[in-house]
Every structure is written in C-alpha cells, then in structure tokens.
Design a protein around this ligand. Structure first.
Ligand code: ADP
Ligand code: ZN
Ligand code: ZN
Length: 795
C-alpha cells in the first residue's frame, strides 16, 4: 500500500503530494497524522490518499510512524482542505494545520547523534542524543562542528508529538465480592484503613475502577492503596481523563421558551430542511432582542432529535460564559466548547470528545468551523456580519463559506443570523441564493431604545477635555443617581493616539511601521498598535528638543481619567485589549459588571457585541467617527453595524433604554440611519454606493499584497505582476494599483497592493496560483492573495 502525504515543511511550502510505502506493520487510514522521512529529516505529514499504484515502484521510502490512535482528520476534512486551498490561495498544509488543535501541530527537535565510539566518548553520550539547541558554549559548538565535519556525528530531526492525554491513577477491584466479605470478616480490630477500603469495595463496587483522588477523599492514603495492591485486592492502572473547561455556576435547567409567531415560522422553515436533509442557506435577519438565539436552540434540538449533530459558531468575543452556560443548560454534556480561552490541553480534549463522537454539539469561535463532527444536521453562525469570521492571516479562510461547503457535504441547512447582515449576505438573500427569514419584533416586547445624536460641532463639553458633552455627561449622571448602569464605547485604546510637537510639527512614529505611536499613560510608554514596538513617553520633542509637545486624539484611558474626575463616586471598568490580555480577565470584567460591582463599563468594540445586561439603561458612543473615514469601502457598513449593535445593548429588560451617539458627522447616512436603526434603508443606500464604485457585492475582489524589505523591489515586482494580469484579464475586470498599502510599512516590510475587481473571470484562479507559485520559487518578495478582501484597518 502507498500513502499520499502532504508534508509539513515550513521553508518549502508546497501542495505537492509525496508518496510513501506503508510497511505491513503499520495500520493507516486517510486523515492520519504521520512521520515520514523528508530529505535528511523526519517531518510530520498528513495522509490525504491511499493507493496501490505509483510511478516510482521500488523507489519509495517507508512511512515511519502513525501519531494518533484515531485519524485526526475525517475524509470530509481532507476533501475540504483540497477545495479550500484552491479557493483561497493557501497551501494545503496550512489549512490542515488550522483544522487541528494547537498541540497537534508538531514541534521539531534538532539532535546531534554520535556516529562513532570516539564521538560518543567526546560527547559523554548517555544514551540520549544531544539537543542542538542546548549546545551553548563556544567550546561545545566548536566540538559539534568538528564532529559533523569528520562524519563522527550527524544531525537528525525528530518530530515531537506535543499531543498528550492526561491520565490519572485508578484502582479496579480484582476479587469477587464474596472474597472481600470473608477478608473483612477475618480482619483484626485495629485494621481501620483496610476495613474502610473493603467496606467501600462491597458497598460501592459500581464505582470501581475508582480514581485515586476519590479513594484519598475517603481517607485512604497512597500507602494503604499500595498495600492493597500488594495483597492482590486492587489493581492499579492509568486511565484517561478529559481536561474539562471550567464552567462557572451552570444555569438551572433552562427550559425552551415557547416561540412567538415570527420565531415559529423561522423555526419551521429550518426544521423542514433538517427533516428532509436539504442543504440550504438561511439568513435569519432579526432586530436585536428578537430572540434569534431561541430559534437556534429549537433548531438544534430538532437536529439532535433526528439523530444528527449540530455546530454553532459565535464570534470569539460573544463566547462569554453567559452564552456557553445558556447552551450547556439546554444540552448538557453533549456540548463541546472550542475557543481561545481554553488551555491547550482543554482544547485537545474537547476536540477529541468531538472526534470520538462523544459530543454531539459544538459551540465555538471561527476555527471551530473545522471541528471533526460527523453527521451534521445543522450549522448556525450567529452575528454572521462579524469581520472576525474571516481569518486575516494565512490561511485566509472565511468561516461562513466553509460552513456552507460543509452544509452541502452533509445535506444540512446553514443558518446565518444577524440584526445587521453583511451587505453581501443580504444581497444574496435578496437574489434568492439564500432564503430570507425575518424577525421584526423584539421577543421581550420592549420597544427599540431611543437613540439621540449629539452633534459635537455645536455642543459644550463637560470637564477639561473635548470628549464628553454636557448632554451625555448629564445623562450618565441621571442613570448613576437611579443606580442603573451605563456602557460607553470608544473604539480606540490607549490614552492619546499621537504625539505632536507644536514647534516643529514632528509626529512620533514607529521605527518599524508607517504609523504614529499611541501614548499609554498607565505604562508610560508610546506603543505601536501594529508591531508592538514600545518606547518611553518623551518629555522633549525628539526632533527639536522643544517642550511644546502635545498628546492628541482620545483613547479609552483618557476617557477613564475624565470619568474619574467628573464622577468621583462612580466605579468604572475599562475593557480593551490592554485590560484583557491575561487569560480570564475578559470574563472577570464582564462578571463584575453583571454582578453590579461597577456602574460604568467603558470599552472598545469588544463591549458592543452580544452582551446582555438587564440593568444597563444608557449606552453612550463617545465618538462615532473613529472608523468612518478609513480608506476602506467597508467603512460605512462597519460604522453602521457597530452603532446598531451597541445600541442594542440598552434596555434589554423591563427598563427603557436610551442611546446617545456623539459625532461630528450627524448627516452621514451611516450615522443618521444607525440612529433610526433602519437597516433596510441603509442597505439600499449602501448598495447604490457599492454599485457606483464597482465594489462588492457587485464585483468580487482579489487583493494581491507584495511585501519586501526593499521598497523599490516591492514596487518593481508589483508592476511585473500587474503586467501579467493585464495580459490575460479583460474588461469588465478592473485592475487597480499597484500602490503602497494604506499602511505602507509594517515591521520593516514595505507593502504594495494590487486590487483586482471581477464579475466572472474563469482564468483568474489559475493565473493567481501561477503568480503565487512563482513568488514562492523566486523568494525575492512575499506575496499573499486575499479573495473578497477587506483592506486593512487601524485599531
Ligand atoms: P437576539 O439574539 O435576537 O438579539 P435574544 O435571543 O438575546 O435576541 O433574545 C432577547 C430576549 O428575549 C432574551 O432575554 C430571551 O430570553 C427573550 N426571548 C426570546 N424568545 C422569547 C420568547 N419566545 N418568549 C419570551 N421571551 C423570549
Ligand atoms: Zn519639535
Ligand atoms: Zn510598529
């Protein structure tokens, strides 16, 4: 038998399949993770095919090792990796690895292996080869070099399998109960520990094999257990245990709510498709608070009742304990959870529960779309408009498209849910490619919150800065007086987002990127939000030594300081990238706010999504314009979406909600229509703009980025690529650029971009693959292709 293997070699990414002979001693299947020889090395690879014919009979090397008990990739995922690699211009190996938990991406060890007795002596060889990385002293290195030169030693690469199960000691009962009884009857009076153990073996025999930890809880120390093993009463073994993500207090068994008419209609449509195994994509468009979640949960129940499994994706940011608790309350242990808050071990174990068919429902963030769950009956993507469903580094996959692919494979419906669907999604629903289901009423019968615009051009500001209007400040004061809670959004972290010298005009920029540094008052550093560069806040202008330096632009830290001055009694929590870096801190802040331990939650867009706090009655947007003028055709859509989402956070329970949006652009349609919460009109207006600009969804886009340490090189190669495209692509395809990217330098790499807009361009895929392969071959510049890309944005 011959295995076709995709190898994991970083320096030489390739989609070529290599063939290996499978020795009779190994049992393999498609999807297995294996170790194979590759050149002088041993590397990890994945079996993507098995065959009995080859063009190179007798010349194939042997496959060395199979790494897992159960092939980690199902045939479905192997097939998906191939189709996806074609569509998104990623190498197949990068997709295969993205499908697996982190611990299944192999580590490599570089070893110095002695090849002669002399070398063994010189290296004081103890039986273990030496790690090259551990040879540190100049003397050791010189010795190693010499041994290698003389052939007295060789380098070997070893694949290190980091995927490890957790096991614990368990004890099983070895004797029939009657024998334990007779031992117990004959026991000396002072053998208390033995009596304890024997009594447990008789009375609670069903609990064996029993974990050591549980026996210790009974009062049986390790020494007593060892003695029992010696006597032949017990047998000690190792048993696997799952590392379970910690769930805070689970909700009490939360029963399904009876659906209202709108929900029922949506549910019936989805459920009919589940029953007749039809793969169809639904857009469930429902205003915030319309009860989309309840529709999802009903549909998931339906799938489970039909003996099929379900997958639900939510944005990472909404994967709050709130959400997970709600799903677990309904479906219990059948749920596996996958998100970045889990430890590597927990992820591996949750993933294996899925692979083994022990979990029947998965809820997770973007990469959970690759969960190896079999027999899918339903896929749900909540908040489908979220940009985070598209991965913005390699492999640049879009979880929505992957979900639809899997829906077709499993003959099951896919439900995309949102209050503000992505323009493209809505356009496809309008055309009948997707089926539109709408929820117009709020399920809790609350009216949508009243939204006010505050025109910053004509207001007075409270406090010393020009950030908080008197109007917003007095609204905050009123809510605080009533002991209600306030959420404030400012989509910019740090204190001030640039430093300007008033004497010479100097702006302090990152040395590695074409971007101004943000002042962080808490750390006293100027930070680059792109590459992480940080330097102390200057006291003098670095250019002209003037003292007249100013820190302009407002970030969350500055607003926090102002709030402290204006409302000294208020307890303010800040939530942004800086306060949520540590594991669990995100949940901690939300829990504290939810439990009324703070009055104001101030944060970046991460507070806008999916949170449900009944005591929040005022939502304030400090500055609605932060994303409006980015060089991005999506800027209006993103602004509208963010404002509508954050407005939905107010008045989630009995109390009426109020929203106040501060802006310098009250007449911009993205802002005025967000105020009216009129998605329909926004959709029509924005579609006109896209039509006029030849942008998606009227055109597809492919963004080609060319990167080089040398700017001229980046420019020159970009023009060459443009000429190649021009030679083959004809109108109505539009080729824009090359031009420096919006942020033209990041981490000392210069970026040029070419944007291809096309409607139908059958030759484009092959052409882009050629261009990509050539770049890989030449290695003079980096190249990525991003299909339906969104230009980069500044946070
Ligand atoms: P969405 O996800 O559409 O924003 P949610 O699913 O969060 O809305 O629902 C909003 C609120 O309405 C929740 O508190 C939920 O418990 C409640 N709700 C949903 N469906 C019903 C129903 N059929 N009857 C009563 N309350 C409901
Ligand atoms: Zn200066
Ligand atoms: Zn930088």
């Amino acid at each position: 038998m011959i295995a076709q293997v995709i190898v994991d070699v970083a320096a030489k990414q390739t989609d070529r399949v290599f063939e290996y002979h499978v020795p009779a001693s190994l049992e393999v299947s498609i999807g297995d993770r294996v170790v194979v020889p590759f050149g002088r090395r041993k590397v990890q690879g994945f079996i993507v095919g098995l065959t009995d014919r080859t063009d190179y009979p007798g010349q194939l090397k042997d496959l060395l090792l199979v790494l897992d008990e159960l092939a980690p990739l199902t045939p479905e995922l192997v097939q998906l990796s191939s189709d996806l690699a074609q569509d998104i211009f990623a190498y197949r190996i990068s997709i295969l690895k993205a499908m697996l938990p982190g611990v299944m991406r192999a580590g490599y060890r570089k070893l110095l292996v002695p090849a002669s007795e002399r070398a063994k002596e010189l290296l004081m060889f103890q039986g273990d080869p030496l790690e090259v990385n551990e040879l540190k002293t100049p003397k050791d290195l010189a010795l190693a070099r010499q041994l290698l030169k003389n052939g007295d030693a060789r380098i070997e690469y070893l694949v290190e399998n980091k995927a490890k199960k957790k096991t614990v000691a368990v004890y099983s009962a070895k004797l029939p109960s009657a024998e334990y009884q007779s031992i117990l009857d004959g026991l000396r009076a002072n053998a208390a520990k033995q009596r304890l153990l024997l009594t447990d073996l008789l009375e609670d025999r069903a609990s064996y094999p029993k974990k050591q930890a549980d026996l210790e809880k009974l009062g049986l120390a390790a020494s007593s257990l060892n003695a029992a093993v010696k006597k032949g009463w017990l047998e000690k073994q190792q048993a696997e245990v799952y590392r379970k993500p910690q769930v805070a207090k689970p909700l009490k068994n939360k029963r399904p709510l009876p659906l209202n008419d709108e929900q029922e209609q949506a549910y019936q449509a989805i459920s009919a498709d589940i029953a007749r195994k039809k793969s169809e994509t639904f857009l469930l468009e429902g205003v915030t608070g319309s009860g989309k979640t309840e529709v999802y949960l009903h549909a998931i129940s339906k799938a489970l009742e039909n003996s099929r499994n379900a997958l639900m994706l939510v944005p990472e940011i909404s994967l709050t304990p709130q959400m997970v608790k709600q799903v677990q309350a309904r479906f219990g242990d059948q749920v596996a959870v996958l998100h970045s808050g889990l430890s590597e071990g927990e992820k591996y174990d949750e993933w294996r529960r899925i692979r083994r068919g022990e979990a029947r429902m998965v809820v997770g963030a973007r990469s959970a779309v690759f969960a190896p769950i079999a027999n899918l009956g339903l896929i749900v993507i909540d908040e489908e408009h979220e940009a985070s469903y598209k991965q913005d580094s390699n492999p640049r996959y879009d979880a929505r498209k992957v979900a639809i692919w899997r829906g077709k494979y499993h003959h099951c419906p896919v439900v995309l849910g949102s209050a503000t669907p992505a323009l493209g999604t809505r356009a496809r629903a309008q055309k009948g490619v997707y089926r539109l289901l709408t929820l117009k009423k709020r399920a809790n019968r609350q009216p949508l919150p009243k939204v006010d615009l505050v025109d910053l051009k004509h207001v007075q500001f409270a406090g010393s800065q020009f950030d908080l209007s008197v109007k917003l400040t007095s609204a905050i004061g009123e809510r605080l007086a009533k002991k209600e809670q306030v959420i404030l959004l400012l989509n910019r972290r740090g204190f001030a987002n640039f430093m300007l010298c008033r004497d010479c005009g100097f702006v302090l920029k990152c040395p590695n990127c074409d971007l101004s540094l943000t002042m962080h008052k808490d750390t006293g550093m100027m930070q680059c939000h792109y590459c992480g560069h940080a330097e102390p806040v200057p006291e003098l202008c670095p250019n002209c030594r003037s003292r007249q330096i100013r820190f302009l632009g407002t970030g969350t830290q500055k607003v926090q300081e102002e709030l402290a001055a204006l409302f000294p009694q208020a307890r303010v929590l800040r939530m942004d990238v800086d306060t949520t870096r540590r594991k669990g801190s995100y949940e901690k802040i939300l829990d504290a706010f939810g439990n009324g331990k703070a009055d104001i939650l101030l944060g970046t867009q991460m507070i806008a999504k999916g949170l449900d706090f009944p005591n929040v009655t005022l939502v304030g947007v400090i500055n609605a314009d932060t994303g409006l003028w980015l060089p991005d055709y999506n800027a209006s859509e993103k602004t509208f979406e963010l404002l509508t989402q954050v407005a939905g956070r107010a008045g989630r329970a009995e109390k009426d909600g109020e929203v106040m949006i501060q802006t310098y652009n009250p007449d911009h349609y993205a802002i005025s229509l967000a105020q009216k919460q009129d998605y329909e009109l926004f959709y029509r207006k924005e579609m006109q703009m896209r039509h006029a600009g030849n942008y998606p969804p009227y055109f597809y886009t492919a963004l080609i980025s060319i990167a080089s340490k040398n700017e001229q090189n980046a420019a020159r190669e970009s023009f060459k690529i443009k000429r190649r495209l021009q030679a083959q692509l004809k109108a109505p395809t539009i080729i824009l650029g090359p031009a420096p990217a919006a942020i033209s330098r990041v981490k000392n790499q210069y970026y040029y971009q070419i944007l291809v807009k096309y409607k139908r361009e059958p030759r484009l895929n092959a052409l882009l693959h050629q261009i990509q392969d050539d770049a890989q071959e030449i290695k003079k510049y980096g190249l990525t292709v991003d299909i339906d890309s969104e230009p980069e944005r500044i946070m």
